[in-house]
Write a protein that binds this ligand. Structure first.
Ligand code: ZN
Ligand code: ZN
Length: 282
């Protein structure tokens, strides 16, 4: 089984753990999101002025910014999962992206879809003709585009495809040349400020695994969402370079879009693997 197919079966297994009422609720929120994107793309193509503004905006973005735009768009779709598979901590990125960025992302995805579907179509047309080509393609493939499907199972199928794309994107951004996943700093705004301070109880709390020194009774320690305690000075230094707990590797929010996609998917993959292994203890 290739990576994509393996990810697909893990995600399907994770979704199958949801009770029917939640699955219906997820399908409904997916359907309305896809439908909103579809309507937005439709108005974008129906207005030559808006189309040319969006295209100029895309032209002005360097390749790295374009990738970031797509990643932000995928992350906003991934957010739809959080009521059903909540991560330990909220992501620092807002679930919604600006209208201009949404337009640019939708147009870029349409370009990508056309390139995949018929690579010669755009090459054979001068840029002045792209509006006509894109509009024709969009309206001809109306029912198969952007998740506009007829039933909930088709919407879920489309969502699983998006999640597989997210996983691939996060994997590509996280690993370089097959090396281990890169470290990203924890988000200062979201992680550091709300971390609770707890007083180390009687008998101490064992050693802080970062400095290997005992945490003395009565001293204030920092508690990560997983419950592990560390000296404040040690953990703050640690989180400026990494967004994982030094004990259990729990991933904390970061200001890195790919890191956030990876973190949100991790919880889902854990549930899916557990379901596939027949292990109900997650
Ligand atoms: Zn320490
Ligand atoms: Zn931990």
């Amino acid at each position: 089984m290739d990576d994509g197919a393996a990810t697909e079966s893990i995600i399907t297994a994770a979704l199958s753990t949801l009770p029917p009422s939640q699955l219906v609720s997820l399908s409904f929120s997916l359907f309305s999101t896809f439908h909103r994107h579809h309507r937005r793309l439709s108005s974008l193509l129906s207005s030559p002025t808006l189309f040319s503004h969006t295209l100029n905006h895309l032209y002005s973005l360097p390749l790295q910014k374009k990738s970031l735009l797509i990643a932000r768009h995928l992350l906003s779709t991934l957010h739809l999962l959080t009521p059903f598979f909540p991560p330990h901590s909220a992501t620092p990125f807002s679930a919604s992206i600006s209208r201009r960025d949404l337009d640019a992302a939708l147009l870029l995805l349409l370009f990508c879809e056309i390139r995949q579907h018929d690579p010669k179509l755009l090459e054979a047309s001068p840029p002045a003709d792209w509006h006509r080509v894109l509009t024709k393609y969009f309206f001809e493939t109306l029912l198969s585009l952007s998740g506009i499907k007829t039933g909930p199972s088709e919407v879920l199928g489309c969502f699983i495809e998006i999640l597989v794309k997210c996983k691939r994107l996060a994997g590509a951004a996280g690993c370089r040349g097959g090396k281990a996943r890169r470290d990203v700093p924890a988000s200062a705004a979201v992680v550091v400020a709300p971390l609770p301070s707890v007083e180390v109880g009687s008998g101490g709390s064992g050693e802080c695994v970062i400095c290997r020194e005992e945490m003395a009774e009565g001293r204030e320690a920092c508690e990560l969402p997983c419950g592990h305690l560390f000296h404040w000075s040690c953990v703050l230094r640690w989180l400026t370079n990494r967004n994982t707990c030094p004990c259990c590797r729990l991933r904390l929010p970061s200001d890195d879009v790919s890191g956030e996609i990876d973190r949100l998917l991790e919880g889902l993959v854990r549930v899916g693997r557990s379901q596939l292994n027949g292990d109900q203890c997650i």
